[in-house]
Design a protein around this ligand. Structure first.
Ligand code: IPM
Ligand code: MG
Length: 367
């Protein structure tokens, strides 16, 4: 049987640097665990724009539809700030999400014990934190029509539309309930039903889906209160289900609880393909970090943890994912730190490659 296929789209900024470490990890699993992948690579974002004049070439889109999973680094950078909106690097990423129909975006926020002091919150508020944000990723205000900037009575008007069908809300809700069933069986749905009709529908549909998951304790929260609760007492949450825009914002907030944006992976999952695997793309939550790009100091952990999510959610290799996550936990416990993880006491940060070396060493030690 052919090996499962991976398409790597490293993208812009620190994307290529952190993805280099992921490639070494992929190689390790092939050599040492007999878990081999057919890996191909292509361009996305500004890198694709530089080569083709578009942030995602049609051929790349077609490849992404065919492979078993896409691994994405990051897109964007100041070089592309003045480009026309339609060819901005982010459009490439959004096209992938939309055309692959990756409706369920899983963003786990876990606080590694060794990093609890790096959080902007006190240790006891974040230590042991383990929450999963499920963000609806293919609809809402990111894609709703009408949209655009037009003239009205000599004045420019900007329009975006928050639009959700019940089917869209429902399929994301099912993904969230399924995850809750495998975790602590608590789901908190967040919207703004106090001001938005789409929020009222959201709350109704999630409540209807709940009937199929009676074991899960469901609660509802206005998203603004949710943001406040996330920084007040984040451990009250198990799984959070929310829309595309609120999910974008709340997940950045949750990321910071864990100490560094450089630690957070994500999985974007769609409907099952013929081989039973969900359409899937894995990417770190951090962006392209242009301020440190090309200097070899970016933290590769979020991107490596995204590959761990691929092992778990696309390839049913939960034990290998555990092995990789444990290796990361081990190097952090042993004091390995990239620049983003330096405390006030300072010290010499590891380079991106040195962090990769440390994780490979811990993987070897795990055999
Ligand atoms: C994210 C990012 C993207 C988003 C950008 C890069 C388009 O912020 O994945 O959270 O807004 O979804
Ligand atoms: Mg974001």
């Amino acid at each position: 049987m052919a090996n499962p296929s991976l398409l790597i789209l490293a993208g812009d900024g620190i994307g290529p640097e952190v993805m280099d470490e992921v490639k070494r990890i992929i190689g390790w699993f092939g050599d040492k665990r007999g878990v081999a992948f057919d890996v191909s690579e292509d361009l996305v974002g500004g890198a694709a724009y530089d080569a083709h004049g578009v942030p995602l070439h049609d051929d790349t889109m077609a490849k992404a539809q065919e492979v078993d999973a896409v691994l994405l680094g990051a897109v964007g950078g100041p070089k592309y700030d003045d480009l026309d909106f339609s060819v901005k690097p982010e459009r490439g990423l959004l096209r992938l999400r939309k055309e692959m129909d990756l409706f369920a975006n899983l963003r786990p926020a876990q606080c590694f014990d060794a990093l609890a002091d790096f959080s902007s919150l006190k240790r006891d508020i974040v230590s042991g934190l383990d929450i999963m944000i499920v963000r609806e990723l293919t609809s809402g205000v990111y894609f709703g029509e009408p949209r655009g900037i037009h003239m009205e009575e000599n004045m420019r008007v900007g329009v975006n539309t928050q639009r959700y069908t019940e089917a869209e809300i429902e399929r994301g809700a099912r993904a969230a309930f399924e995850l809750a069933m495998k975790r602590d069986k608590r789901l908190c749905s967040m919207e703004k039903a106090n001001v938005m009709e789409s929020g009222i529908l959201w709350r109704d549909v999630v409540t209807e889906v709940h009937a199929d998951y009676p074991e899960v304790e469901l609660s509802h929260m206005y998203a603004d209160n949710g943001a406040m609760q996330l920084v007040r007492a984040p451990k009250q949450f198990d799984v959070i289900y929310t829309d595309n825009l609120f999910g974008d914002i709340l997940s950045d907030c949750a990321a910071m609880l864990t100490g560094s944006l450089g630690m957070l992976p994500s999985a974007s999952l769609g409907v099952p393909m013929e081989n039973g695997r969900p359409k899937a793309m894995y990417e770190p939550v951090h962006g392209s970090a242009p301020d440190i790009a090309g200097q070899g100091k970016a933290n590769p952990i979020a991107c490596i943890l995204s590959f761990a999510m691929a092992l778990r959610y696309s390839f049913d290799l939960g034990a290998e994912a555990d092995r990789l996550e444990a290796a990361i936990e081990k190097v952090l416990a042993d004091g390995a730190r990239t620049g983003d993880l330096m405390g006030p006491e300072g010290g010499t940060p590891l380079s991106t490659t040195q962090m990769g070396d440390a994780i490979l060493g811990a993987l070897d030690a795990s055999l």
